[in-house]
Ligand binder design. Structure first.
Ligand code: MCN
Length: 814
């Protein structure tokens, strides 16, 4: 089903919420009118470039910036000593903090310029500032560094082995964390009739936002105001963190996110470069610009995933799941990035029950330091890893008990009448009806006839496969009290301000910070609906710490559920005040006033009414206000939800695999997602499409590969296979709607769902296709070479049949 977008003028005001109206942000983006950080110019602006480590792990035996300083056009150079010398103003830590703590966490220093040792290729060593960006880059190349090479390690399992090169202390253990009941899980395995296991990698990924990270900093010595434009998903959080890192007071620091060209999580975190640009602008009293090259984004942006996991599933005779045991070694990279400790723990372990009623679960995770860039949230952040483990095991479990994979899942689903459902891994699912998306998806792929087609194809030497992914995920991490108990060093509420102008138009300010998700459209839909005014009369503002009351930003698919709900709350407060003004002017009791479709009416006397726009005008004229009421019409809220929301769905991939060449072709990709009520079905569809493309990218193409010296081998778009449009199949999407009871809109998040759902649908489909070869699974990315190797090159072009079961031990083959 493809949704057509609608012109907002053709939509009835009463239907504005829930309509697929076209994205209002697109004309500026498409015509090049949008302003990104790198477009910003300031008179007298200097340019910054960073001299970075060539090696994955080394001591700095000498850093010499003299050749750079002598180059014409170079303004200044900085090394670690310049930030910590006698002349450096006090107050800044010049180290990057971690925003999520765990009991066993080993906190390590993360200096913004390396202090005698570099721990990943790309670690910042020195900074050069010059009159233009080309001179700055040339001068950064001219910084001479003597390295004392050290052994490096990039794999989390190897990093935890005894004798592995240690990055910080004696070993590389960043934390040990567990969740669930190990005794109950042991018992489940002891009494199990069947078990299956996997030993899988969830590979490291490079986020690859279209716009590289960038910052422009401008300092006014007179007012001591420091203004920083940056590619940020969360300007208020960046302001807070940066304030501590560079020692500039929060109230004199303004962080603005202009148009941001995607982030996928990578622009949540606080990095060295933006802090350096800000501090240097202040130090030099000159505007400073820094824009990463694509190569820099490959070696410095926080990467995602990086798990090595052993997991087992226990089942009884009937195919019911009785236990799940998971042990994961998680790659954290060289330093702890802003939210790194949360991703492989609370955002992972808590999702391991999937859509299933599993009576005993135990999960242990060890976080490991390695010589790769810091690893943190990347689209999905923990939930794709969990969903992958659960759905790969479901695929193998069904095979083990000789059940149809769809029916195996159905048998084990949490029944629709059991919500709210408390899992064995510390969360309560808000609402769900898991059979509905499964049934729709089965219909979309005509599952009834598939097995017959598959059989026939096999007889012709063609290998079709179908793969299921019945995923669940969690968005809108909340409430703040709970987040605090789990280790968050921030609240996870959202703030907004809705302001009527005297002429009757409205500006809605929200502390989320969209960077491609269409908030300007969907937030305007929410506010127009709440206030009963035309959609075009609402303007949305995000991404500026001076304009917006406060904010926690956009990540974790939280904006609709938490930011959108905050806008509802602000609108409700505003309507309350407007109602009192209307009652006063209508000479009635506020309790007798009804509000509907932008009109305040006296109950029982429909001719006595006032439009909300007239009330707004009256509130600013303030000639006739209720006693002691302040003039003006605006309201602010800080909304802290009761709980997470849990979107879910079923994705099904149908593929044909050529065992001779290892090529995989999609025959069909069907996705049925339930994200609660949809504010804008077109935007929801777009988010699902983008998410699936990224999930397919992980399944088939992408992977950050390092050599034994921790050099990134896939350090450019030539080598790192971001999928092209022709790699992505036609996606058939549909949805079911199960409202969340945890927010006033009844919405769940959608921004990451596709990425969380897709990888295991594809891997399961390929495994299904290659079942005659005894293949149980193949490590991602499923390159042609790996697929070919998994079938051991035992091709069937000679007309022979594939080897029978038992010739091959299966397992995840690399
Ligand atoms: N929406 C809706 N109905 C719902 C849920 C959401 O209409 N039931 C709309 C929202 O109003 C919003 C969009 O869908 O316009 C996404 O909403 P939501 O799921 O709340 O996600 P966020 O806005 O918080 O976006 C974050 C999410 C994440 S975590 C990543 S990563 C991601 C993603 O969004 N990165 C993206 N989508 C991206 N899209 C683009 N273009 N670029 C990125 O970097």
């Amino acid at each position: 089903m493809t949704i057509d977008s609608m012109d907002p003028e053709e939509v009835d005001a009463a239907d504005i919420l829930g309509s697929a109206i076209e994205r209002r942000e697109d004309p500026a983006l498409i015509t090049g009118d949008a302003e990104y950080t790198d477009d910003i110019q300031r008179p007298g602006m200097a340019h910054m470039a960073v001299a970075r480590s060539q090696y994955g792990h080394a001591d700095l035996e000498g850093v010499d910036t003299s050749a750079a300083e002598e180059m014409e056009g170079v303004v200044a150079t900085y090394t670690h000593e310049d930030l910590h010398g006698e002349d450096t103003p006090e107050g800044g830590s010049f180290s990057l903090p971690t925003g999520w703590l765990l009991d066993s966490l080993e906190q390590v220093d993360h200096p913004i310029l390396a202090d005698g040792r570099v721990r990943y290729q790309g670690d910042a060593i020195a900074v050069v500032v010059a009159e233009d960006r080309y001179t700055a880059r040339d001068a950064a190349e001219a910084v001479s560094v003597d390295y004392g090479r050290r052994d490096a390690v990039t794999d989390p399992r190897e990093a935890l082995d005894e004798g592995a090169p240690a990055l910080h202390g004696e070993d590389n253990v960043a934390f040990d964390w567990e969740l669930g009941d190990s005794d109950a899980t042991d018992e489940a395995f002891e009494s199990a009739s069947h078990t299956v296991s996997i030993d899988v990698e969830n590979q490291l990924l490079v986020p690859n936002a279209m716009e590289p990270r960038a910052a422009v900093a401008d300092y006014s010595p007179g007012s001591e105001e420091l203004e920083v434009f940056m590619t940020s998903q969360n300007p208020h959080l960046h302001r807070l963190l940066m304030s501590g890192v560079i020692g500039h007071p929060e109230h004199k620091l303004r962080v603005k996110a202009p148009e941001v060209g995607g982030g996928f999580g990578s622009k949540i975190h606080h990095y060295a470069d933006e802090a350096l640009a800000a501090w240097i602008a202040k130090d030099l009293e000159r505007p400073v610009k820094w824009t990463a090259t694509r190569t820099e984004t490959y070696v410095t942006d926080a990467q995602g995933r990086g798990h090595r996991t052993e997991a087992e599933l226990a089942m009884d005779d009937d195919g019911r799941i009785t236990g799940l045991r998971v042990d994961t070694k998680a790659n954290l990279g060289a330093y702890l990035s802003t939210f790194a400790p949360a991703v492989p723990t609370w955002l992972y372990g808590t999702l391991l029950s999937g859509q299933y009623d599993i009576p005993a679960i135990h999960c242990s995770v060890t976080g490991a330091f390695t010589n790769v860039p810091p690893v943190d949230a990347y689209r999905g952040a923990g939930r794709p890893e969990a969903s992958f483990v659960v759905e790969r095991l479901a695929h193998l479990g069904a095979r083990e008990v000789d059940m149809d994979p769809a029916e195996f899942r159905r048998l084990n689903f949490v029944p629709a009448d059991e919500f709210p459902y408390e899992t064995q891994v510390a969360v309560v699912y808000d609402s769900g009806d898991y059979e509905k998306p499964l049934d729709k998806a089965l219909e979309m792929v005509d599952y009834d006839s598939f097995r017959e087609r598959q059989e026939q194809a096999r007889e012709e030497g063609r290998y079709l496969g179908i793969g299921f992914s019945c995923y669940i995920e969690a968005c809108g991490l909340a409430p703040s009290e709970l987040a605090g108990q789990l280790g968050a060093q921030a609240g996870l509420w959202e703030s907004s301000l809705v302001r009527f102008h005297p002429s009757g138009t409205v500006t809605a300010f929200c502390g989320t910070s969209g960077h491609g998700q269409g908030h300007a459209t969907t937030y305007a839909q929410i506010v127009a609906n709440e206030l009963g005014i035309p959609y075009d009369d609402v303007e949305v503002v995000e991404g500026d710490t001076d304009e917006i009351p406060h904010g926690m930003g956009t990540y974790g698919s939280r904006s609709a559920a938490v930011g959108g709900s905050s806008l509802v709350k602000s609108s409700e407060k505003l309507v309350e005040k407007a109602k009192e003004i209307a009652a006063h002017q209508l000479e009635a009791d506020p309790d007798d006033i009804e509000f509907e479709a932008g009109e305040f009416r006296l109950a029982g006397a429909p001719d006595r009414s006032l439009g909300i726009k007239e009330v707004a005008e009256q509130s600013y004229l303030a000639h006739d206000m209720p006693e002691e009421m302040e003039p003006g019409l605006e309201a602010t809220s800080f909304y802290d939800p009761d709980n997470f929301v849990f979107p879910f769905g079923t994705h099904v991939a149908v593929v044909e695999v050529d065992p001779d060449s290892g090529e995989i072709e999609f025959e069909q990709y069907a996705a049925v997602d339930d994200v609660g009520n949809q504010i804008n079905p077109k935007i929801v569809e777009g988010q699902i499409h983008g998410g699936i493309a990224q999930g397919i990218g992980q399944a088939l193409y992408e992977g950050a590969e390092y050599d034994e010296n921790a050099q990134l081998l896939t350090g450019s778009m030539q080598d790192y296979a971001v999928p092209k449009t022709y790699h992505i199949p036609e996606m058939e999407t549909d949805s079911t709607v199960t409202e969340s009871p945890h927010n006033p809109l009844g919405v769940k998040g959608v921004g990451e769902a596709g990425t969380i759902a897709a990888p295991q649908a594809v891997v399961n489909a390929v495994a299904d296709a290659l079942e005659p070869f005894g293949v149980e699974g193949i490590e991602m990315p499923l390159t042609a070479e790996r697929v070919w190797e998994a079938t051991n090159g035992r091709a069937t072009t000679d007309g022979g049949s594939p080897p029978g079961e038992g010739d091959d031990e299966g397992g995840e083959k690399r």
